[in-house]
Design a protein around this ligand. Sequence first.
Ligand SMILES: *Cc1c(COP(=O)(O)O)cnc(C)c1O
Length: 518
Amino acid sequence: MLYGSSRGQEGEFTSAQVIKQGIASDGGLFVPDHFPVLAESDWVRLQNMDYKERAFFILKLYLDDYPDQELAKCVDLAYDFQPDELRDPSGALKNSFDHPRIAPLHQLSDLCYVQELWHGPTGAFKDMALRILPRLMTASIRLTEEKSRIVILTATSGDTGKAALAGFRDVPGTSILVYYPKKGVSRIQEWQMITQPGHNVKVVAVNGNFDDTQRGVKDIFADINLTEELNKKRFKLSSANSINWGRLAPQIVYYISAYADLLNDKALSWGDSINIVVPTGNFGNILAAYYAGKMGLPIKKLICAANSNNVLTDFINTGHYNRNRPFYQTMSPSMDILISSNLERLLYEINGRDHERLKSWMRSLSENGAYSINEELKKTLRETFWSAYCNEEETASAIKYVWDKYNYLIDPHTAVGFNVYQKYRRAAGDTDTVTLLISTASPYKFSGSVAQSVMNIDSYATDDEFKLAARLEKITNKKIPRSLRDLSKYPVLHHETCEQDNMEEPLRSWLKIVPDKG
Ligand SMILES: *Cc1c(COP(=O)(O)O)cnc(C)c1O
C-alpha cells in the first residue's frame, strides 16, 4: 500500500514514512492509494477473532511495510486488558484498558447499540488510536532509519492531549509538546494534562480557543525556517493529531469490530446495512467510519452529530462550508471546532481525487474561511451522510433522558450523538435500521455537566468536578473508571501559558534545554 498527499505533491510514500512525517510537505494530508475490500470469508474470520487479532488483520492491510512480528507487538502492547485493581511494581495503576473486549457494545434499545470507546487509560476514545500510534512511530523510526529525534506537536480540544501524553510518555526517540486552549477544556481534562509525568513531555496552555491553538500548531509546521533550524539540531516535527494516518487507521478497526460483534450477537445478518452515529469535531472518527464503509462495511447513513458549533451540519445540508460564525464553548468541548481538518480527506474521495479542485477549496478556506461544493458533489455527500446538531439544553436533557429511561450514564459528547439520532429517526422515518451510537468519552470525564444534568442541580460552576464525580458515583452506583479515580491527588507539573501568536516560544526554549535520554 502506498500513500500520497491529498494536494497532489509528487511522490509515493510507505506507511512508515507517512506515520513518521504526519502531514505532507505541501500542506495536504496523506491518503492511501486504495481501500482493500473485505470478502465474506474475511468477515467470518473476523467474527472469530478477539480485538487484538482484528486490529492486526485490518492494520496489516494498510501498514504492509511493517514486518508482521513488529506490527503484532505494537497491537499486543496497545490493546491490553488488565483487571481493575492490578498495579505495576511502582504501585501505579496499569496503563491499559479496563474492559476485556476493548471496544464493547452496550445494547440500549431494540435497534440502538452503543459502542463504548472509552475503556482506555484516559477515559476518551482517543486512546483507541493513541495507545498504538507511539509504538507505530517508534517502529517507523527504525524502519526508515531515522537519526533525528521526533518531536510531536499536538493541539488538543481536551482529550487528544492527555491520550497522546500518556501514549508517548518516555517513548525512546520522541518528545511531545501539547498545547491546549486555556479556557476550552473541562477541569478534569486540564488536570489530567497538567499532572502528566515523563521526561520527554511538556504541556502549555494557550490564551485562545481550539481553532486558534490548532492554527498555531499548523503555522509552526509550515514555518520553513524553524523546521530547518530544528532539523540542523536533529529534531524532526511530527503530529499526533488526527491528521496523522497512524491515528486514523486504528480507528477503522473498531467499526469493523462492531459489525463483527453485531453478527455474532445475531443482531443482523451479513450484508445488512447499519447506521453509525458519530459525535463529530475534527472529522477524524467519522472519516474512519467512512473508510470502513469503503472496505465493505454496509452503511445506510453516517450520521454526523454536531454541537452548537454546527459548521459541519450546515456543510452537509447546504454544500457551503463557512467558518465565519460565532464560536461557542459548550459542555462537549472536544467538539468545539470550526475547522475540521479531516474533512479534506473526505472531499478528496468524493471529488474523484481531483487535487486541483481540492486545493482551490482549501485556499478559499484559508483566505476567506469558506468554500462551496457544487450540487452534484453535494448529492454524493448526502447519499452517505446525514447531519443535525444539538444545543446545550438538548444535550443536558439527553443525558437525563438516557439515565432515567435506560439506567445508563452517557457523557455530553455521546448525548449529542443520542439527540441527533432521535432527530434522524424522526426526519428520515427510519425506524428499522440497526444503529451504532459511538460513545466517545466516559461520563466521569465530564462529571460537572453530567452531574448537573442527572441530578438537576442548577449551578456547579463553583463546585468541584471531583466532588461531583464522587456524588454521581454514589447516586448512580456506576463506578468511576480507575484512570480518573485518584486524579485529584496528583501534583501539578506543568504551569506554562503562552499567547496564541507566540506558540513557537515554548517549543524553542524547551528543545534547547531538553536532555536527550532517548
Ligand atoms: C475528539 C473527540 C470527539 C470528536 O472526534 P473527531 O474525530 O475530532 O471528530 C468527540 N468526542 C470526544 C469525547 C472526543 O474526545
